[in-house]
Design a protein around this ligand. Sequence first.
Ligand code: ADP
Ligand code: AMP
Length: 214
Amino acid sequence: MNIILLGPPGAGKGTQASRLVDGRGMVQLSTGDMLRAAVKAESPTGLKAKAVMEAGELVSDEIVSGIIGEALDALEPKTGVIFDGYPRTAAQAESLDAILSSRGRTLDHVIELVVDEDALVDRITGRYTCARCNAGYHDHFQKPEKEGVCDACGSTEFKRRPDDNEETVRTRMAEYRAKTAPILPIYEARALVTKVDGMADIAEVSAAIDATLG
Ligand code: ADP
Ligand code: AMP
């Protein structure tokens, strides 16, 4: 099964993807995570992407479609994939079709996480992750069971993203509205889209996604 999680920054794509990874053994391909790893490694891709990401703008279609193709090639053909944060433009949606079909894969579902924009700044400015295992948390909505200790790996080191500030979030939302939301009709025309209420509790959102995937 190959699915896309679509929604604005802070909609809960990463949170839901990691629950699907745990629950179904699927693999999460997050272009944001892959680009952050490239920035950290100071690879040629990372050096190109760094300033664009810090500004909240979109990295080029060629770069992200290239890294998605490479990531898919590293997987067993039968592994189910969750695309998180990709595609983000009409050109990327077109590339994804070609990338999937050339690898004998098909797109099964597009889950649109529908959220209230006013809530997103709070979600994003309160977001942090485990510095060791990358598990996601939130200052108010998703605290670790024991304060200051990662539930998943026990680490006490956490980090926040440099682009998770209010000003950059506004740019990222504008990019979503202008370039990403317009790809939904492409998938609606193919009857692939299920809308899920992303404002519900994390577990309820997971239950709605599970019901869709069957
Ligand atoms: P995205 O990957 O779409 O940018 P995340 O999954 O990282 O979004 O979620 C953004 C922040 O909001 C995280 O800190 C996460 O813990 C929190 N969050 C995710 N889903 C919900 C939800 N349904 N209700 C409240 N907070 C949520
Ligand atoms: P995310 O982790 O999905 O919030 O992405 C963080 C940043 O990485 C975005 O603001 C963009 O700068 C860049 N990025 C991630 N995925 C893509 C993509 N599919 N297309 C273009 N830029 C991307």
